[in-house]
Design a protein around this ligand. Structure first.
Ligand SMILES: [Zn+2]
Length: 269
């Protein structure tokens, strides 16, 4: 039975992943996200049986049916990743609403990762969705907020439930990235990175948020040095920072409690 549920969740995730591929490629170009899929190369309409998540790519042996051009491996990769991620989240033991919101958060992070990597652009729409999912998740996972609609109108609700701490965490985790953005005149970081890091603060809290930034800087530096050694990039060439912020966020979202506990044991805070 469990394997059956896993399969269903995986197929659902892979189908969402298929939609995320559309967002990854169309949002940075300001293209409409509705409407039929066309071939990237010859603009021929793609029939439904060539749009089945994961399977179509392998049936077509990675080539478009119409003009036999090589299809990007991004398509099956994002579909598989989203499917696996959804199964992982579903069996984390959260309630259903919490799981769905985390799946929403993961979907946004996947779009940020790939569109920033590919186009050096983080769409405002994805940031808005990331903010909405994160704020809702904070809301439903806060036990103080589960007090029914009548109490929402009562005094004291907003001070309990719209925590100033979260707003402050967003501001202070966003601050270092904002300073780099400001001082480098947008060359080192974009405004998208600033918003992304602020929402990370909201979602993770200031402690885990800073650790996520730290992980982003370390992985970014290691990656940059490796590329330099391999002569893939010159010192001046741009590496998007979004994928590293996403890496830090995912690490802290799923392993934050364990990491914070280890730090507490080692350093006492
Ligand atoms: Zn074609």
């Amino acid at each position: 039975m469990e394997i059956f549920i896993k399969l269903i969740i995986f197929i659902l995730g892979a189908s969402i992943g298929s939609f995320l591929n559309v967002l990854i490629d169309r949002l940075p170009k300001d293209e409409s996200i509705t409407g039929r899929s066309h071939c990237d190369f010859c603009k021929e309409k793609i029939t439904w049986y060539d749009l089945i998540p994961i399977l179509s790519y392998f049936f077509l042996k990675g080539k478009s049916r119409c003009c036999h051009k090589k299809l990007s491996f991004q398509y099956p990769l994002v579909e598989i990743l989203t499917g696996v991620a959804f199964v992982f989240v579903f069996f984390q033991g959260q309630n259903l609403l919490g799981s769905v919101l985390i799946m929403g958060i993961l979907s946004c992070l996947i779009v940020v990762f790939f569109s920033d990597l590919k186009y050096h652009l983080i769409s405002d729409w994805v940031l808005l969705a990331f903010f909405a999912f994160s704020a809702l998740y904070k809301f439903v996972s806060n036990p103080l907020c589960h007090s029914g609609l009548s109490r929402i109108l009562s005094s004291g609700f907003w001070s309990r439930c719209v925590p100033q701490n979260d707003v402050i965490a967003a501001l202070i985790v966003g601050l270092p990235i904002f300073l780099i953005y400001y001082i480098s005149h947008e060359r080192a970081m974009g405004l998208g990175d600033v918003y992304l890091s602020a929402i990370m603060g909201l979602l993770l809290g200031w402690k885990a948020g800073f650790l996520a930034l730290y992980i982003a800087f370390i992985t970014g530096a290691v990656f940059g040095i490796v590329l330099l050694i391999l002569h893939k990039k010159k010192i001046k060439s741009k590496i998007p920072f979004g994928p590293f912020l996403v890496t830090g966020t995912l690490t802290m979202l799923f392993y934050g409690d364990k990491i914070l506990e280890i730090i507490k044991r080692m350093y006492g805070f």
